[in-house]
Design a protein around this ligand. Structure first.
Ligand SMILES: Nc1ncnc2c1ncn2[C@@H]1O[C@H](COP(=O)(O)OP(=O)(O)O)[C@@H](O)[C@H]1O
Ligand SMILES: [Mg+2]
Length: 302
């Protein structure tokens, strides 16, 4: 005890064995936040007021990588596009050599102008019926958007009934997107990127209860988290046909506008009108893209 006392004397100067209890269990000190507390009995000096940490600061301090979009983008596995595969899938990669590439560049620019005017970022692409080319147009539009060196585009396959984007981009097995939508998998273990400006959320498994999954609040939360993490300036969702299931309608609360893709060889004006009628109270139809216009009977008669 004497040794302990002498040690305490050496360190603190003046404490004896009788003080030991007090040293072992000092009374709780109330420390007012943002003020200096002197342990040596100095006069208390007012400390500079510390700014309070908000939620964002705390999240950044705890999870620095989650809120570092540059790092997250570079961590995504890169998908290399094969030119022969792209040509077979009607995917325009050498846009300067392909007149269709110029059309997509025009569509991109007009769409960006519309988005900027309204402050929108989330666009869906859908057709009235299956096979009109919605996924093909969504993929080409995303590639055209990704040709902006300082832009970031995200394309997500939300045709959960019949996912098509993985085949279009030539990804052999992206796994189930459901795992990201339900929060089971983080983005970086599922998403991939083309170049440095296009992130792809592909899907390798058809879901039976797709409309229900799209309406789950957890799905909206997961997609919001993806957008927060990757911070794209435009997000494109490839949706199932509007007239064949309620998936597209179920997802309308999560988008700012929709681009309809009609097939010039078989979509009727009545089908377009029916889509517009179904959509009009829930979202803005940004326009109707006429796919296969070169093959349309009207064009062939000229
Ligand atoms: N402009 C086009 N010219 C020729 N074939 C096309 C064109 N657009 C799409 N296709 C083909 O039509 C089929 C259906 O296209 P897809 O984009 O999957 O339609 P959707 O998503 O509307 O069901 C695919 O085989 C696709 O390669
Ligand atoms: Mg499709």
């Amino acid at each position: 005890m004497a040794k302990a006392g002498s040690l305490m004397e050496t360190v603190f100067g003046g404490y004896g064995p009788d003080d030991l209890q007090m040293i072992k269990a000092p009374p709780p000190v109330q420390r007012p936040s943002g003020r200096a507390v002197s342990v040596f009995g100095h006069e208390r000096l007012p400390a500079p007021a510390l700014p309070l940490l908000d939620d964002e600061d705390l999240r950044n301090a705890l999870l620095p990588t989650r809120h570092d979009p540059d790092r997250l983008w570079s961590d995504l596995p890169a998908l290399r596009l094969e030119s022969a595969h792209c040509a077979a899938m009607h995917l325009v990669v050498n846009h300067r050599e392909d007149p269709v590439g110029l059309l997509y560049d025009h569509l991109r620019t007009r769409m960006l102008q519309a988005l900027q005017e309204r402050g929108w970022t989330r666009i869906a692409v859908a057709s009235p019926t299956r096979g009109c080319g919605a996924s093909t147009v969504a993929a080409n539009l995303a590639l055209a958007l990704a040709r902006r060196p300082s832009g970031r585009t995200m394309l997500i396959d939300l045709d959960l009934r019949k996912p098509g984007l993985a085949a279009i981009f030539g990804h052999p097995d992206p796994g189930p997107l459901r795992d990201v939508l339900t929060g089971l998998q983080p983005i970086e273990s599922h998403f991939c990127r083309v170049g440095r400006t296009l992130a792809l959320g592909l899907n390798g498994r058809a879901e039976v209860n797709s409309a229900e999954l799209l309406q789950e609040p957890a799905t909206a939360d997961a997609l919001e988290a993806v957008m927060e993490d990757l911070s794209p300036d435009v997000t494109i969702y490839d949706l199932p046909p509007v007239l064949e299931a309620d998936d597209a309608l179920a997802f309308l609360p999560e988008i700012d506008g929709i681009l309809l893709v009609a097939d010039a060889t078989r979509t009727s004006a009545a089908q377009i009108r029916e889509c517009e009628r179904l959509l009009q109270d829930h979202t803005q139809v940004l326009g109707v893209v006429l796919n296969r216009a070169e093959d349309s009977p009207a064009r062939r008669r000229r």
